[in-house]
Design a protein around this ligand. Structure first.
Ligand SMILES: [Zn+2]
Length: 358
């Protein structure tokens, strides 16, 4: 086959292999795969693109071994693959092997086939009937190339999911536990959204839509941003304890996002100061509060990924808070208030050490 068809086929095979295996491809891996779809296989062909680039290698190989023999052989591929698997990472061996093996398979589809089991000179062909094979540079090769371009377009979006075949099947049927598992594995560094189907347990109305994930909840649930007037978030899962019962969930990755956490513990704070500071922290970020606040009247308000609006109208006296600010990668927020309580409930750190770590 022509060099360009080999490159196109190698890319289709590479993105398919990534989607199936769960390896997330990088652009340079695709380039590596394209290069190895020509080299070393067509070194044995002095008129090919790679043969013309490396005539000092190409002529002796063509003379001693002939075309489509050693450099296209399964034996050479298995030996090199074994060495690479034990000496490099998936990011290196996968594109190299997919590129190289795809070359041999593509050549099998041509009338003269490949001596894939070299040193045996028997030619392997695919498919067996001569009339169904693709003559080099003919209409068949153009159609094959076009089909493989379509395959690249189809597989490229799936290849980045990193879920592998099983994960993709579970996602396509909307498995809630699978969505949560993927979220736990990949959540760091990005915003995440989830497309859900289910039922509101209070109103019994059906739920169908795409929501931003605030955090995971329990075993396989989510805390979702709802932008409701009275409620900023909702707990959704597959047990009876949640506000929304989910029957289906599909994850979608959003923009890059970093998380900065501030700890604030105080016995002498007030609502106005705290809200003003949270307001300036939240200028370039989304702020969530985790912990508890105690009012002057002694009422304890539990906060679980609540927005700052949860404190509106309260007269707060003391707080034990983790303030989570989610922001674009380069916009690190600040929080100026200093804790006046050294020990926190969930920290076993000595106050002396904590002082230096804060
Ligand atoms: Zn070839």
């Amino acid at each position: 086959m022509l060099s360009q068809t080999h490159i196109i086929f190698s890319q289709a095979a590479f993105y398919t292999a990534c989607a199936a295996s769960g390896h997330v491809p990088q652009w340079w891996e695709a380039l590596l795969c394209a290069f190895f779809s020509l080299f070393p296989a067509d070194v044995d062909h002095p008129q090919s693109l790679i043969g013309r680039a490396l005539p000092f290698l190409s002529r002796p190989v063509a003379y001693w071994f002939g075309h489509r023999t050693l450099t296209h052989s399964l034996l050479a591929q298995v030996v090199v693959c074994t060495v690479l698997i034990f000496s490099t990472s998936t990011a290196v061996w996968l594109p190299i092997m997919v590129g190289w093996v795809s070359h041999s398979i593509a050549d099998m589809m041509t009338p003269s086939g490949v001596a894939w089991f070299y040193p045996s000179r028997v030619r392997c062909v695919l498919p067996g009937h001569y009339d169904y094979r693709i003559s080099i540079g003919g209409t068949g090769e153009v159609i094959f190339g076009a089909l493989m371009l379509g395959m690249i377009a189809l597989m490229f979006p799936y290849s980045g999911s990193g879920q592998g075949t099983t994960g993709l099947i579970r996602q396509s049927i909307g498995d809630v536990a699978a969505a949560r598992e993927q979220y736990d594995q990949q959540r760091v560094g990005f915003q995440w959204f989830v497309e859900v189907e289910g039922i509101n347990k209070d109103s019994l109305k059906p739920i169908n839509g795409k929501y931003k994930i605030i955090a995971g909840e329990g075993e396989s649930g989510f805390i979702l941003e709802t932008k409701g007037k009275d409620k900023a978030h909702v707990i959704a899962c597959q047990t009876n304890s949640c506000e929304w019962y989910l029957s289906k969930a599909r994850l979608h990755k959003g923009q890059a996002e970093h998380v900065t956490v501030f700890e604030y513990n105080s016995d002498q704070t007030d609502t106005k100061t705290l809200l003003a500071e949270l307001g300036s922290t939240g200028q370039n970020s989304d702020v969530f509060l985790i912990g508890e606040a105690t009012t002057k009247e002694g009422e304890i308000i539990k906060l679980n990924y609540d927005k700052t609006t949860a404190l509106d109208g309260l007269t707060i006296k003391s707080v034990r808070l983790k303030i989570q600010a989610r922001h674009a990668p380069k916009l690190a927020p600040k929080f100026a208030l200093q804790s006046d309580v050294e020990n926190t409930d969930d920290s076993n750190l000595s106050p002396y050490l904590a002082k230096w770590l804060r």
